[in-house]
Design a protein around this ligand. Structure first.
Ligand SMILES: Nc1nc2c(ncn2[C@@H]2O[C@H](COP(=O)(O)OP(=O)(O)OP(=O)(O)O)[C@@H](O)[C@H]2O)c(=O)[nH]1
Ligand SMILES: [Mg+2]
Length: 306
């Protein structure tokens, strides 16, 4: 039998904050590589996840949500998203079925139209179809396609899995011929230290007040593989004010303790080994303006200057 031609390429997942990009990436990969919360602006940097579809390798690039940036971190996040688009062999724009063609989606379409695409396909994925009636979907699909020349449209539920296999197969066929970019069993290319920090940030975001998560960041300070097969991980949680430190710690340190337990459980599952996780909260008023913090997040500090 003749060898099947291998294909490999990058697919950028873009959309407004909360559209479900990270949920879709995780489903495509079949494992949780990008953190998900119900809050906007969860993903801060590009996260790559590797999916196989027969002889094709699709490297999905999860990007921060696109929105009008105000602060330095916002600008770096939006810049990271557009860099993901520039490097991609195909782009998937996710929109939320129940929100439709919002102002934010309009702005993304304007920006896409301005780009030099050189034949780069742009697909539409209407996500969260579990939240609306079928009639809504038909009208929305027509409206979106009248607004932008999408190469294809898919109706999906990233959370439940509807339509995801069709989207994956379509994307696989669009990948350029060539050797695979990652070993077949690799699912992510984020350093383990960063994945560990992201898991803790997810647990914090899920637990804390609306305003705070944006102003905190988590870094893995120390990673020590122990002889008994376990690993000791020390992480720093940076906040900007004393008051925030109190919130993160909670009464008698209860919040940090609960976050640490949840993060440790998930890390143990992810790494398949015992984890000793130590969290420390540090007040650092200026961290949102520090190049080092951006580096640790995988963001470009330069991109974020006005
Ligand atoms: N009902 C429903 N909810 C979904 C679906 N897909 C994602 N969600 C939810 O939408 C929320 C946002 O999902 P994320 O995957 O974090 O969204 P995102 O686009 O990565 O968000 P940012 O990283 O903030 O830009 C989460 O609460 C998900 O559980 C879906 O198909 N149906
Ligand atoms: Mg995300």
């Amino acid at each position: 039998m003749a060898e099947e031609t291998t294909r490999a390429g990058f697919v950028a997942l873009i959309g407004e904050p909360n559209a479900g990009k990270s949920t879709l990436l995780n489903r495509m990969v079949g494992a949780k590589v990008s953190i998900v919360t119900h809050k906007v602006q969860t993903t801060r940097a590009r996260v790559r996840g590797v999916a196989m579809e027969e002889a094709a390798q699709i490297v999905f690039v999860d990007t921060p949500g696109l929105f009008r940036p105000k602060r330095r971190l916002d600008r770096a996040m939006v810049a990271a998203a557009w860099t993901g688009v520039a490097d991609a062999d195909a782009v998937v724009l996710l929109i939320e079925a129940h929100r439709g063609l919002t102002e934010g989606v309009e702005a993304i379409l304007d920006a896409l139209a301005e780009r030099q695409r050189n034949g780069q396909p742009v697909l539409l994925a209407v996500n969260k179809i579990d939240r609306v009636k079928a009639e809504v979907l038909l009208a929305l699909t027509e409206k979106m396609n009248a607004r932008f020349p999408f190469d294809a449209t898919f109706l999906i539920s990233a959370e439940r899995g509807h339509g995801v296999a069709d989207l994956k197969a379509d994307l696989a066929a669009r990948m350029p011929e060539g050797p695979w970019l990652y070993p077949e069993d690799q699912i992510a290319d984020l350093p383990l230290r960063m994945i560990a920090a992201e898991i803790t940030r997810e647990k914090l975001t899920l637990r804390l007040h609306q305003e705070l998560p944006y102003q905190l960041t988590v870094e893995t300070e120390n990673w020590e593989d122990r002889e008994d097969g376990s690993v000791r991980i020390d992480q720093l949680i940076y906040v900007i004010r004393d008051g925030h430190k109190g919130i993160v710690l909670g009464r008698k340190g209860e919040t940090t303790k609960a976050v640490g337990q949840a993060a440790r459980a998930e890390l143990e599952e992810f790494l398949g080994r015992r984890v000793h996780l130590f969290l420390q909260v540090k007040v650092r008023p200026g961290w949102l303006e520090e190049a080092e913090r951006f580096d640790a997040m995988g963001l470009d500090f330069k991109d974020s200057s006005t």
